[in-house]
Write a protein that binds this ligand. Structure first.
Ligand SMILES: Cc1cc2nc3c(=O)[nH]c(=O)nc-3n(C[C@H](O)[C@H](O)[C@H](O)COP(=O)(O)OP(=O)(O)OC[C@H]3O[C@@H](n4cnc5c(N)ncnc54)[C@H](O)[C@@H]3O)c2cc1C
Ligand code: SF4
Length: 572
């Protein structure tokens, strides 16, 4: 096949424009470097009325907001999902790994939950504490200055709590708890579960001239036309362009591999333009991988050469290994005290206003590490497929089941806002035996070999899920409520979500000091290839009981500073 070559020599080529890629684009372009961003999905700007779904009514959708092609509902701003036509992935040994991909400028940051938590010192050094997994080669003090910068640049609301495992940051004012959250606080308190204001990246106060302030529409999952929530395009890439950054955006461009020279150094990337289906070559002095943990692993494993026979920078054989996702389990309930509520607008940010950080000591538990609790409920916009079933509540409290017309309408009004639920999100242990690799036989629609997953949970994660359900039941009972359904048993892994389903996949190119036991060094630079860096969640050594994105952003900034320094010193 003919390869079309660009004559431009970029200082840096960034593959992917999500959290990590967006941050690298901003920092590197503002340092004066000429940057190419190569993104598999189309251009996306939530301000563009043609692309907007914010403020659309359920009746504007053929299925009243229920999913048609988008996994989280008709209006959710994820172009992509668990399954993308023409881009399959496969499983090995009965694995059921679920892989969520967003194909668009900004990646998954256009519709993520925006829960923005810092890892603590303990999270970086957990092996030293419980002997499991591996310690990171860096600690909280290395990342703290960058967490601080990310807080100030992007904006995160929260409250200073002085908790050792939940380091405080620079917080904007947090929104007040709503009725269901007040009930939750009360129920949780009775069980000794702490509840604090959420830490989320929606701006509740002016942070800069480019960004609006949240108007509490509750629709962050649709991406915010005021740029009041954090999305990589609106908060990093567009401002970097506006600041005069030399940024060439290549959208609808699927990177196949990183190219190398005879010394095994990276020389650029090969990508397929999805519109004309032709193959193009870009040349760069440095390549920054930010295609997300599994996509970056795929590209590197597909970049084979004489110097890198097992894939680029894979002399350790560890690319793809130590893949791990957060643990997750959910449960909901019905709270009679919240029945027949006065109906008013209590919209807030697109997510919870309070949450529970991990609170227990593992020495007294049958599983390692911990989880935090996310809360949902309230008077959200009724959408088909995203509410509650009045008949299941009728059945639960012994009332007549069935009905239509006025009867059904009355039931819906009675129960509206009386249900709530929790999601536990916890830390799993990274294992070498959980991995993604290249499927030897299958390719995607562009002819690129696809990923095959091999992933099994262990009892560490199962017992964590069991504990989540026990906690959720106790809290719902404390609230005088009735729990939906029975607690899932051993045969259902105690309700533990399938790996990948929490969409916090990390660890495929892990960081370390020993090139035999890790893929990148503490600056996310490949041990084997000095001019390739990885700024997505691939370098994570462990997950923590926190959502990963704030740490991706902080590390991407730190790595970008390092790249600028290394280029200045002509080391790469
Ligand atoms: C519904 C949902 C809720 C979430 N909630 C939270 C939360 O509350 N808090 C939190 O911390 N995290 C959350 N996450 C996870 C969060 O979105 C991810 O951790 C984060 O976006 C990862 O950033 P990334 O840069 O590694 O990858 P992504 O954001 O996935 O970006 C990768 C980009 O690379 C592009 N790409 C991939 N392959 C190629 C290729 N071959 N060539 C060119 N481009 C390519 C993709 O199209 C994409 O745009 C959530 C995710 C989802 C889906
Ligand atoms: S809740 Fe706030 S930040 Fe989220 S989309 Fe609405 S206005 Fe924007």
């Amino acid at each position: 096949m003919q390869i079309i070559e660009s004559s431009t020599m970029y200082d840096v080529i960034i593959v992917g424009s999500g959290a990590g890629g967006g941050m690298a684009t901003k920092v590197l372009s503002e340092a004066g470097l000429k940057v190419a961003v190569v993104e598999a999905g189309p251009f996306f700007d939530p301000k563009d009325p043609k692309q907007q779904t914010q403020f659309k009514w359920p009746y504007e959708s053929p299925r009243r907001g229920a999913s048609t092609v988008r996994d989280f509902g008709e209006f959710d701003m994820a172009l992509g999902g668990w399954n993308i036509e023409g881009e399959p992935y496969t499983q090995k040994n009965g694995s059921k790994f679920a892989w969520f991909r967003s194909r668009m400028l900004g990646g998954r940051t256009n519709h993520w939950g925006r829960i923005s938590l810092r890892f603590s010192e303990r999270d970086f050094k957990h092996r030293s504490l419980d002997g499991l997994g591996e310690d990171w080669p860096i600690g909280y003090s290395d990342v703290k200055p960058y967490y601080d910068r990310v807080d100030k640049l992007i904006g995160v609301f929260g409250s200073k709590e002085g908790l050792e495992n939940e380091p405080d940051g620079f917080f904007l004012p947090a929104p007040k708890p709503r009725l269901h959250e007040l009930y939750y606080m009360d129920g949780a308190k009775k069980s000794g579960v702490p509840v604090i204001p959420s830490r989320m990246s929606m701006v509740t106060k002016k942070v800069n001239k480019d960004r609006g302030i949240c108007v509490y529409c509750g629709q962050c999952g649709r991406s915010c036309q005021y740029y009041a929530d954090f999305s990589s395009g609106s908060c990093l890439i567009f401002p970097a362009q506006a600041n005069g950054g030399q940024i060439d955006l290549f959208v609808n461009s699927m990177v196949r591999e990183v190219t190398t020279n005879d010394e095994g150094k990276a020389t650029g990337v090969l990508y397929i333009n999805k519109e004309d289906r032709k193959e193009y070559r870009l040349k760069g002095k440095v390549v920054v991988m930010a295609a997300s943990a599994c996509s970056s692993a795929r590209i590197l494993l597909n970049s084979k050469s004489k110097q890198h026979p097992g894939g680029l920078g894979n002399s350790s054989g560890l690319i793809g290994k130590y893949l791990h996702d957060s643990t997750g389990a959910s449960r909901g309930g019905f709270i009679p005290a919240m029945m027949d509520r006065k109906i008013y607008n209590e919209d807030g940010v697109g997510g919870m206003h309070v949450y529970s950080p991990w609170w227990l000591d593992n020495k007294k538990l049958d599983f390692p590490r911990g989880y935090h609790i996310e809360v949902w409920g309230g008077l959200g916009m009724p959408n088909y497929g995203f509410g509650f079933n009045p008949n299941s509540i009728n059945e639960m409290i012994g009332e007549d089941v069935g009905g239509y017309g006025d009867g059904l309408r009355d039931d819906v009004k009675r129960y509206y806002g009386s249900t709530l639920g929790f999601g536990g999100r916890g830390e799993s242990i990274a294992l070498e035996s959980n991995y993604c690799e290249i499927d030897p036989t299958q390719v995607d629609e562009f002819g690129i070999p696809v990923l095959r997953f091999n992933y099994q949970w262990t009892d560490h994660e199962r017992y964590q899920a069991k504990h989540m359900h026990e906690t959720f039941e106790e809290i719902i009972h404390n609230m005088g409520g009735t729990v939906f359904g029975d607690a899932p048993g051993k045969d259902q892994d105690y309700g533990l979500n399938k790996p990948g389903e929490i969409i916090h996949e990390v660890g495929t190119t892990r960081m370390g000091n020993d090139p035999k036991r890790s893929v990148v060094n503490k600056f996310e630079q490949m041990h084997d290839v000095e001019n390739v860096f990885i700024v997505d969640a691939g370098p994570f050594v462990s997950q923590a009981d926190k959502n990963p994105t704030w740490t991706i952003l902080a590390l991407a900034w730190r790595t970008s500073d390092y790249i600028v320094e290394q280029l200045k010193q002509q080391n790469i």
